[in-house]
Design a protein. Structure first.
Length: 407
């Protein structure tokens, strides 16, 4: 995947030309990669009734959501607004799973009114849901299995100290509330974090859910969450989705026979579907030699891609303009008045002012985490489908910065 070829073009379109045509900085998404990733998951879980719910927060452009809809998958949203974007992309409310965290109960009521599937992650919300709807509306419960999983502490969400989900140790309390209000629990859910590599971890968490599930009589689905890891650099460990599909399908089938009903298995990939599909194209504004480091400064920064600073994430960088140049060591930095190192000490073909660099794996949590810090504009987005590049979001303008300001 890190062939020179992929570093120069996308679906046969030259990245240099895309940068010329649409300007930089520019997010570019390859629809084929997204479709391939969906197919991989469908194939890996083909022996069970799998529903894929794309975790929209990874990349929420309506055109990308529409692509997901065309592929016949559903969507997982963490805010009512994400759900509204999904409806604009053509999803029916029932295909939208609402998995909020610490939101006001009024937002949950709003989601119920829209007709979204509901997933609750704290006991007070469960109580309120019971008081408000009794058995008349169904909801799922997000369980915190008490398992440390995922790439690092910041992106791990299913451990004892995490704010997410209702602890498995509070199962007796959950059961009491369900009985008290005759709640209709239609699903159990976990999402233990991002970048979970180990198949064994998924299986261990699944077992915890299966055991808990026997306490609920009206389940339609078990939701195993997302967190499938992709490669950010050569040699990276990734989640083996084939091995996961095989092992999880087997234990799921066994569970269904214990439960006495064929349930649906849901998964919520975000990163897995869109990370590798995305590139951030940036232009080199200055090559700055210091006595110790050669910096390549670019017309972007933590305002467009915060993952390197927020998660110490590694993003592969390639020099689109000079792929055959002599290799030197560069530290790629942004133009924001903060330390915004996008890539430290990388061996890259010689970079000159004006060269276009591609930052890889920028599809997930790239644009969707972008901001206007330093009064900078958020970039344009382009989607490549069937060999054609289409602008799916304009670059912002100065007027956008004034939006909502009262002067
Ligand atoms: C963010 C999120 C996901 C997706 O996580 P990835 O690491 O991108 O796969 C899935 N489910 C929920 C509830 C989430 O909040």
């Amino acid at each position: 995947m890190y062939s020179e070829n992929r570093q120069q073009s996308s679906q046969g379109l030259s990245l240099e030309n895309l940068a010329q045509e649409f300007g930089t900085p520019l997010y570019v998404y390859d629809a084929n990669t997204i479709i391939q990733q969906i197919e991989k998951l469908k194939k890996a879980f083909s022996s069970i009734d799998l529903k894929i719910k794309y975790a929209a927060k990874a990349l929420t452009n309506v055109n990308v959501l529409r692509l997901m809809k065309q592929q016949g998958i559903g969507v997982d949203v963490v805010s009512v607004n994400e759900g509204r974007l999904a409806m604009m992309a053509g999803f029916s409310p029932a295909e939208i799973m609402f998995t909020p965290n610490c939101v006001d109960f009024s937002e949950i009521e709003e989601a119920v009114n829209y007709g979204f599937a509901i997933n609750l992650d704290n006991i007070p919300a469960l109580e309120k849901f019971g008081r408000t709807y009794g058995h008349s509306k169904a909801c799922a419960i997000r369980i915190n299995p008490g398992v440390m999983a995922g790439g690092n502490y910041k992106i791990s969400t299913g451990h004892d100290q995490s704010k997410f989900g209702i602890s498995i140790q509070q199962l007796p309390q959950i059961i009491d509330i369900v009985k008290k209000y005759n709640l209709h629990i239609n699903g159990l859910h976990v999402h233990t974090g991002s970048e979970v590599v180990d198949v064994e971890v998924f299986l261990k968490v699944a077992d915890i859910l299966f055991k808990a599930a026997l306490n609920f009589q009206e389940l339609d689905f078990i939701d195993f969450g997302g967190g499938f890891k992709v490669a950010y650099q050569e040699g990276d460990k990734v989640t083996d989705v084939n091995a996961l599909g095989k092992a999880l399908s087997e234990s799921f089938q066994k569970f269904c026979s214990d439960y006495g009903k064929k349930l649906q298995a849901w998964i919520e990939p975000g990163k897995f579907l869109v990370s590798e599909a995305g590139l951030l194209l940036v232009k080199t504004t200055v090559v700055k030699e210091t006595p110790s480091i050669t910096f390549a400064g670019v017309n972007s920064g933590l305002n467009h891609l915060i993952r390197p600073m927020m998660y110490d994430a590694y993003h592969h960088v390639s020099n689109v303009s000079n792929p055959g140049g002599e290799r030197k060591t560069y530290t790629i930095v942004g133009y924001i008045c903060e330390t915004d190192t996008l890539a430290a000490e990388r061996s890259l073909p010689e970079i000159q002012e004006g060269h276009i660099l591609a930052i890889h794996n920028a599809g997930a949590y790239g644009f969707s985490m972008a901001s206007n810090y330093n009064a900078r504009l958020r970039p344009a987005e382009v989607l490549i489908e069937n060999g054609k590049a289409r602008l799916i979001r304009k670059q912002e303008s100065f007027e956008d910065l004034l939006q909502g300001q009262i002067m």
